[in-house]
Design a protein around this ligand. Structure first.
Ligand SMILES: Cc1ncc(COP(=O)(O)O)c(C=O)c1O
Length: 377
């Protein structure tokens, strides 16, 4: 029997049918479904003053976000060391330098004070990120950015569908991106979206995602292409393709179910685990979020044995993440004190969280967690 995986996409008849129909249409590149996917995202988020560009991955969205922000080569971008490698690599690929700040212990998201202490003459942007089921202090980051004239890129790879102080994620940030990779709450198998604030930025992104070709998106969204076009700048092969968008559309239709069932599982986890003295559960009531993953913190001395215990009991776990300064490529980047990052990165454990996960599965996992700590204490 295979273990309960950390991630499991919700793939049902609707997704199979959508991809099959898309393949049968035969226009496999960027086309009609991509336009429809962008419109569906815009409608779901209720976007008024933001433009949506679908791309091939979340990493591509981050890379294009940094490029469209118009930062000079060598500019510094402050981001938590406790973030995904994709962010560090996107900064580097755009010719900028990552600078690592610390996180807050209650949310595991960016620490605004740590950001402010790092701001120097070359600082041009901040990448803030929502972690798992926790949202960053976006107001504090926007206030700092305003004061110092910085761009803000909001990595919302984990918070699609969530609400921050009554506003849907995606509706208020300077630049915002989502990931729809294989493990996210909704998946396009691989895919991403970048939200920008002006038609000019949108047109830049549209060119850059199509290796610099200024093909009319409207024409492509009719499953057609132009044979005459100009190339006036650098570009990448970062567009989203129709079958991926068709899959995304089928998933978007399930957002209410995805949100509700993930919230219920997280609440049940919190209720079953919060009284174990060695375990720290997320400080969330899971009301306004569509949780991406569920994490707990355990004392560092137990973590390896604890994870081995769960594996032996048929339960996979994950560690998200190794912090940036532990990678050789980023070991020497400028940083603030990373005290919280260093502490919590030895303690975090991701437990399985799937859409539509049964109560019994959550109970079984919680009882294995309990079993370990009853024996350990
Ligand atoms: C916070 C964060 N940002 C960006 C990415 C990159 O997204 P993608 O895998 O779609 O390239 C991920 C992927 O896991 C992520 O967790």
């Amino acid at each position: 029997m295979t273990n309960i995986p950390v991630f499991k996409p919700l793939i049902e008849e609707e997704e199979l049918l959508a991809v099959r129909e898309s393949l049968e249409v035969g226009w496999l590149g960027m086309g009609k479904s991509v336009g429809e996917f962008e419109e569906a995202i815009s409608a779901l988020l209720g976007l008024q003053d933001r433009y949506v560009a679908a791309v091939s991955t979340g990493h591509a969205a981050l890379h294009l976000a940094i490029l469209v922000a118009g930062l000079e080569e060598g500019s510094e971008i402050i981001t938590p060391a406790f973030n995904n490698v994709a962010d560090f690599q996107a900064i580097t690929a755009a010719g900028c330098k990552p600078v690592f700040c610390d996180i807050l212990e209650d949310t595991l998201c960016i620490d605004p004070k740590s950001v402010e202490n790092l701001i120097g003459p070359n600082t041009k942007a901040i990448i803030t990120m929502d972690y798992f089921c926790c949202l960053a202090d976006h107001e504090a980051i926007a206030e700092i950015a305003d004061r110092y004239g910085l761009r803000v890129i909001h990595d919302a790879a984990h918070s699609f569908g969530s609400t921050y102080k009554g506003k849907m994620i995606g509706t208020f940030s300077d630049l915002c991106m989502f990931s729809f990779d294989p493990v996210k709450t909704i998946t396009c198998i691989d895919g991403g979206v970048l939200l920008v604030r002006s038609e000019e930025e949108l047109s830049q992104v549209r060119k850059m995602r199509l290796i610099g070709m200024n093909q009319s998106a409207t024409k492509m969204y009719e499953n057609q292409r132009a044979w005459n076009f100009d190339v006036d700048g650098l570009g990448y092969r970062y567009h989203l393709s129709n079958p991926h968008a068709a899959m995304g559309l089928a998933q978007l239709a399930k957002m209410p179910l995805i949100t509700k069932t993930r919230q219920l599982s997280c609440r049940l986890y919190n209720n079953l685990l919060r009284n174990i003295p060695e375990v720290t559960v997320p400080a969330s009531d899971f009301v306004d979020v569509t949780p991406f993953l569920y994490y707990i913190r355990v004392p560092a001395k137990y973590r390896d044995k604890f994870r081995a215990h769960l594996t032996a009991n048929g339960i996979d776990t994950g560690v998200h993440w190794q912090p940036g300064h532990h990678f050789s490529l980023f070991a020497n980047v400028r940083s603030s004190s990373l005290k919280v990052t260093d502490k919590i990165s030895k303690e975090i454990v991701s437990l399985p969280l799937h859409s539509n996960m049964s109560e019994e599965t959550v109970e079984l996992i919680a009882s294995a967690v309990n079993g370990f700590f009853s024996a350990a204490s």
